[in-house]
Design a protein around this ligand. Structure first.
Ligand SMILES: [Mg+2]
Length: 277
């Protein structure tokens, strides 16, 4: 059997400036920044994991690997993934649980899984017991750009449908009620009734009343879900909105850990979880 001891954990940040920076409801994104972790094994296998850091601050994630997490993993058997996850989690309880340190932990976890899959010549989805050769996908876009109007947005969404997607996602929540409605109306009219249209608010709204008014206006365009309407920690408002709109509430992409996701479901804060590995 191949020697599966971890001999080294390397970490680096990669930054790619975006030539045409897009905007969400609440921020503009000048660059995409990822922290990349490599797990090296004694048999020469290298696994890779990564985590996005969509703000300056990737050095915090890198430091978490350097100062807190590497020592937990080096010298251990890469197949002990669950034990190593628990050991890392326990070590960083005061620093981690959510945010940069948890992201660092996750990148190492992914790199361990990747190394193990590579060492036996299998794609990870197969090692984990997956069986489907294809999965449904949606096209995620619909960002705000200077000078991009509702018809430009509809052009973009139509291009995804022409590329074969049966579901498309657009941003909402940057503008006022009327301008947002005009964007959604233009998209629905262009893609027709059978394409799923998802809405992503990226934590745009601060109160249930505002969100409820928006959703009451948007419902007639049959959105498939409303994503991250509020701050991720405001689970009560997610639950309140879910009770007041017929559109399913989706969230979870910047939530961390199985316990927080259980809470989301238990409180009725989300009907659709968008957990990010
Ligand atoms: Mg999102």
């Amino acid at each position: 059997m191949a020697d599966s001891r971890v001999t080294e954990v390397r970490v680096r940040a990669e930054r790619r400036a975006l030539l045409n920076p897009p905007s969400f409801s609440t921020r503009t994104v000048p660059a995409r920044i990822f922290v990349v972790v490599e797990v090296h094994r004694a048999d020469g296998t290298v696994g890779e994991g990564f985590t996005p850091c969509n703000a300056e601050g990737s050095r915090v994630v890198v430091a978490a690997v350097d100062e807190l997490l590497r020592d937990v993993v080096v010298g251990e058997d890469s197949w002990d993934v669950e034990r190593l996850w628990a050991a890392m989690y326990q070590k960083v309880l005061l620093h981690g649980r959510v945010g940069s340190v948890m992201r660092a932990l996750s990148a190492i976890d992914i790199a361990l899984w990747d190394a193990n899959a590579r060492s036996v010549g299998l794609p990870l989805w197969k090692l984990l017991g997956g069986h489907a050769q294809t999965v449904p996908a949606y096209a995620s876009g619909g960002y705000y750009f200077e000078g991009k109007d509702a018809s430009g947005l509809a052009d973009e969404m139509e291009s995804y449908v022409q590329a074969g997607f049966r579901a498309v996602k657009m941003k909402v929540g940057r503008g006022d009620l009327r301008s947002e409605e005009a964007r959604i109306a233009a998209v629905r009219e262009r893609v027709g009734p059978d394409v799923l249209v998802m809405l992503d608010a990226n934590n745009a709204w601060a109160d249930v009343v505002t969100a409820q008014r928006m959703m009451a206006m948007f419902e007639k365009y049959d959105p498939y879900w409303i994503e991250e309407p509020f701050s991720p920690d405001d689970k009560r408002s997610h639950a309140a909105l879910a009770a007041r709109t017929s559109v399913p509430v989706a969230t979870g992409e910047i939530e961390a850990g199985r316990w927080a996701h259980l809470e989301l479901l238990g409180q009725g804060s989300a009907q659709i979880l968008q957990t990010d590995a």
